[in-house]
Design a protein. Sequence first.
Length: 409
Amino acid sequence: MVENLNRSELNIAINKTRESFDTDNPTVPFIEGDGIGIDIWPASQSVFDAVVEKAYNGERKINWVEVLAGQKAYDTVSEWLPKKTLDTFDEHGVGIKGPLTTPVGEGIRSINVAIRQELDLYVCLRPIKYFKGIETPTKSPQDVDIVLFRENTEDVYSGKELEEGSDEVLKLNSFLEDEFGWKIRKDSGIGIKPISNTGSERLIRAAINFAAENGKKNLAIVHKGNIMKFTEGAFRKWGYELIEREFSDVAVSWEDSNGNPGDKILVQDVIADAFLQQILIKPQEFDVIATTNLNGDYASDALAAQIGGIGISPGGNINYENGKAVFEATHGTAPKYAGMNKANPGSLILSGEMMFRYMGWNEAADLIITSMEKSILEGNVTYDLARGREDATILSTSEFADSLVRNIQ
C-alpha cells in the first residue's frame, strides 16, 4: 500500500496513469459480468468502440482483454476471483466490469468488494446527474448534480464478522464481556466496524482535491457520529483536521466561515439520516459528498432513484495515490432478465464515459454524454427509462446501443 500522499502529490499518480494511455492502442481489461452482463457488455463495447472511432478518426482503438470473475470464472477455472484477473487490472492500471453475483446471507463474500480491497481502490466515485427527459419520482430531478466519494475498503464491508452460534462468536462474546463489560445477547452474530485515520484522510483528501480542481462550492462530510462516536465521529473529526492542515487556502469550515466562505469551498458535516432527507428537499445545496462505506452505499442508491434509477448511474473505484482504477456498472445482475436483450446498459456505458475521462480521452467521453442525452430526449430508451413517458419507444439492450451509435455518427 502506498503511504498517504499529501495534497501536492495527489495527482502525480493520476497523470502517470494518463500518460500510459497516450498511445493509439492501449489494452483495457474487462469483466463481462454475471446475469445481464452477457447483454449489457456487448452493447456497451459497441458504443465504446464507436466513440473512440469517431473522436479520433480511426487513429485510436482500445485493445479489449477479457478477464474472469464471478460465475463465469467459477465455471471456467473453479475460482470466483482468479489472481490472474487482479494481476491484469493491476498491470494495465485501468479496467471496467459488469455486475457480479453476491449471494445474500450465505455463500461467497462480495467479489465486487474483494476487487476493491485487493487492489486498494479506496474511493468509490459516484457522479449523480439528471438526463433531461427521464421521468423520476421527484419534482425537480434537475437539481441533483452531486459527486459522491464513498470510502471503499473499511467499515462493515471489511468482512470482520462471525456467525451466530459459532465457537468463534461465543469466544469473542465472552472476551468482550470479560474485558469490557459489554453484554451482547448470546444468540447474536457479531461484526466489527473499523474506521481508520488513514482510510478517512485519503478519502476526504481526494474529495476536497476534486472539489478544488472542479470549481465546486461545497463539500459535505456525511456521517453517523452522533451514535458511533469513535468511528464515524472520528471520520468527521479527521476530515476537519485534514482540511485545516492541508486545504486552508481553498476551503473553510462552516464554523470558521461565519456563514461567509467567500471564494473558498464551504465544508460542513451532516448526520447521515438527516442527509437522506435533505437530498430530497434541497439537493441543489450539495456539490461533493465525502462519506463512509455503508452510508455511501445507501446515499448513492437514494440519489440514483432521484434521477431515474440505478440503470443510469455510473461508478468507479479509484486509488488516487497509485492511479489504478476499475469502473463498473452499479446495479445487480438481474438474473431473471439475463439473455433477454432487455436490460438497460446505461450504467455500464456511463461508467465507460468516466473511464475515458479518467484516461484523458475527453473527446470520447464527451461523445457518450451527448449521444446519451439525445437518445433519451428523443424517447429512444429501454423499458425502465420509458416509464411514465407517452412519447417513448421501448428499445432492447442492443437497440439502445445502436441508437447511441447513430447519435454519435
